[in-house]
Ligand binder design. Structure first.
Ligand code: PBG
Length: 326
């Protein structure tokens, strides 16, 4: 009837240039953070079995990899340490001789323009695999805080550009902030893993760093997947304690939380597309069940569309290379 007045949305989809011009959300390598697993030693590159394409790397190899990332446009990296000596309090987490501290120094020396972020947690360093100091069978929140603060200081001392506490202890941001300030690191920002869920998607990561809890699980400190509003309280708490950036983790199963956080809070928001998300695409791509590269870009776009400013992703370099090709 009113044929010439119909709104036809397809009209804007016919021309590829126009489709490109009208993109509401664009991905850029500059918003990717590339997580890396680091070990002490030399010339080491051992594959993480459930994460094909991802390796544990020694200082020299990591430094090369950071150059490779930088050349692809990925200028920020996030380091996770693997230790040879675990104990009950994760005492090695703050040692200047551990892989994270050594790598930070080496990377900043070799490529000062790179932005080096460090994960601050104890689970890679404790023999029981929990993210904090344990008393009985439970993690002791307040006894953990000074250990996390010491760890953050050791990272800042090594030259870290930003620290990222992921232990999900109450008050950890305040403890780390005040410690950084007292030690002349008031300029070092904190990216808080604020809304971090107890997720099955961390499985491959725990293989990579051998951090699966030896007993119990992390549900007494990480959030239950059922919680949406509680995530907002976690973020609010971290901001009030001095977090500079906030984070939602994992990403894909929590896009609603990312969206809600991005509309409610004015702080820069990161989303962590975790190891299990990487492994899912890797496995399905390997069997030919889906086109991995297209799916990867689609997932990253969904995280951006949900409102993340930064995306932590193991696909960072690959995605950057795909984006560069157009
Ligand atoms: C440390 C930490 C974990 C991840 C990041 N920091 C593991 C965990 O909480 O068990 C997971 C990252 C990933 O799966 O890629 N607490």
């Amino acid at each position: 009837m009113f044929d010439d007045q119909y709104s036809r949305l397809r009209r804007l989809r016919r021309n590829p240039t126009m489709r490109h011009m009208l993109r509401e959300n664009r991905l850029s390598a500059s918003e990717f953070i590339y997580p890396m697993f680091v070990v002490n030693g030399c010339g080491i590159r051992t594959p993480v079995e459930p994460m094909p394409g991802i390796d544990r790397m020694s200082v020299d190899v990591v430094t090369e990899e950071v150059h490779r990332a930088y050349e692809s446009g990925v200028k920020a990296v996030l380091l996770f340490g693997i230790t040879e000596e675990k104990d009950a309090t994760g005492s090695k987490s703050s040692s200047p001789f551990e892989a994270v501290q050594q790598c930070v120094a080496a990377i900043k020396k070799s490529l000062p323009e790179s932005f080096v972020i460090t994960d601050v947690c104890l689970c890679e360093y404790t023999d029981h695999g929990h993210c904090g100091v344990v008393s009985g069978n439970a993690v002791d929140n307040d006894a953990t805080l000074p250990r996390l603060a010491e760890t953050a200081i050791s990272h800042a001392t090594a030259g870290a550009d930003m620290v990222a506490p992921s232990a999900m202890m109450d008050g950890q941001i305040a403890a780390i902030r005040s410690s950084l300030n007292k030690n002349n690191y008031s300029d070092v920002p904190i990216m808080a893993y604020s809304a971090k869920y107890a997720s099955a998607f961390y499985g491959p990561f725990r293989v990579a760093v051998d951090s699966a809890p030896k007993y119990g699980d992390r549900s007494a400190y990480q959030m239950a997947p059922s919680q949406g509003r509680e995530a907002m309280r976690e973020i609010e708490a971290d901001l009030s304690e001095g977090a500079d950036l906030i984070m939602v983790k994992p990403a894909l199963a929590y896009l609603d939380v990312i969206k809600e956080a991005s509309t409610r809070f004015d702080a820069p928001l990161a989303a962590y597309s975790v190891s299990g998300e990487y492994s899912m695409l890797a496995a399905a791509g390997k069997t030919g069940w889906l086109d991995r590269e297209s799916a990867m870009i689609e997932v990253l776009t969904s995280i951006k569309r949900a409102g993340a400013d930064l995306i932590v992703t193991y696909n960072a370099i690959e995605a950057a290379d795909i984006l560069a090709k157009g």
